[in-house]
Design a protein around this ligand. Structure first.
Ligand code: HQG
Length: 192
């Protein structure tokens, strides 16, 4: 096997593990016998055991792949600390998401969505829907990527985050993603 083939296989495995971890740590920990604590944390060893069984990896391999997946994740989807792991955002399970990594919140944020959701969003505001938070992006191109998950020609909404903060709303930073509980229509306009 050449180096290229080996890393292709490894990249595919990391990709699969990343998707599985997103599901496990955001949506269905109980399906695999895991219990998240109040803030979404769970012992890394337990997660490595579940991942190892699923992908037939030794516990060392599974631990290594999880750590590499977390470190290389372009969006900072996961966080490791004190032998534990959690998803930074995207939860549907009941966890306390009310924490932030600090740092400046840009005065303008973006949200990518489908064309068919726009009318309702402009009427009712941005709701968390099946998740615990509304997810926002720092730049237009990230918002387009998010919106493409639902529509090949997504709409990008511009969020007046500066005004939201001034009016007392909380916006949290979770890796590359910014989150909030709800965005009322008055802070939303169509960017493109
Ligand atoms: C829409 C992924 C109608 C909202 C992404 C969105 C993100 C409304 C959908 C992260 C509405 C919910 C989250 C309203 C909101 N009426 N539609 N009032 N309010 N919506 O998946 O932001 O790659 O829960 O516009 O990249 O798309 O998995 O939210 O289209 O960062 O790490 O309801 O998940 O990250 O969809 O995605 P979602 P999202 P990962």
């Amino acid at each position: 096997m050449t180096m290229g083939q080996e890393s292709d296989g490894l990249n595919k495995m990391r990709d699969r593990v990343s998707r599985f971890l997103s599901g496990l740590l955001r949506h269905f920990p109980d399906k695999f016998g895991l219990r998240l604590d109040r803030y979404g944390w769970v012992e890394l060893e337990k997660v490595a055991r579940v991942v190892g069984e699923r992908y037939r990896l030794s516990s060392e391999e599974s631990m290594r792949i999880i750590k590499e997946t977390v470190e290389r994740d372009p969006k900072g989807r996961f966080e490791l600390a004190d032998g534990r792991i959690r998803a930074r955002y995207g939860h549907s399970v009941k966890v306390d998401v009310n924490w932030s990594e600090g740092g400046e919140i840009p005065p303008v944020l973006y949200h990518g969505t489908s064309r068919k959701a726009v009318k309702s969003i402009l009427e009712k505001g941005l709701l968390p829907m099946k998740r615990r938070e509304v997810h926002l992006c720092e730049n237009v191109s990230d918002a387009v990527t998010v919106g493409r998950r639902y529509d090949k020609c997504p709409v990008v909404l511009k969020i007046n985050a500066g005004k939201m903060l001034k009016d007392g709303y909380t916006i949290r930073r979770k890796g590359k993603v910014l989150t909030t509980d709800y965005v009322p229509p008055e802070y939303i306009s169509v960017y493109r």
